[in-house]
Design a binder for this molecule. Sequence first.
Ligand code: ZN
Length: 94
Amino acid sequence: MSGWSINFGKVGKLGRRRRKAVKVPRKVLPRIYSCPKCGEDSIRVVISRDANTAKVSCGNEKCGILAEVPVAKVEQPVDAYCKFADLFHSGKLV
Ligand SMILES: [Zn+2]
């Protein structure tokens, strides 16, 4: 069996090249959203993972809009906020 020579020695000779660490800025989603009713940046989203719902409420006491929307496991507060805004714009919220 000649001609079969596996030279393990060469494996990995290229070694590790130092890669420049590129920092990928993680997108930070805002926790506070603007209220579709009063326009203030005072909407808070509290997700209840157990119940698969999110409480979306406006912290502006003059406004006080509040809704509970269903959220799927993979959904984020921003998704809940979108549903909330949709509800509002479709006139289902007061
Ligand atoms: Zn509001």
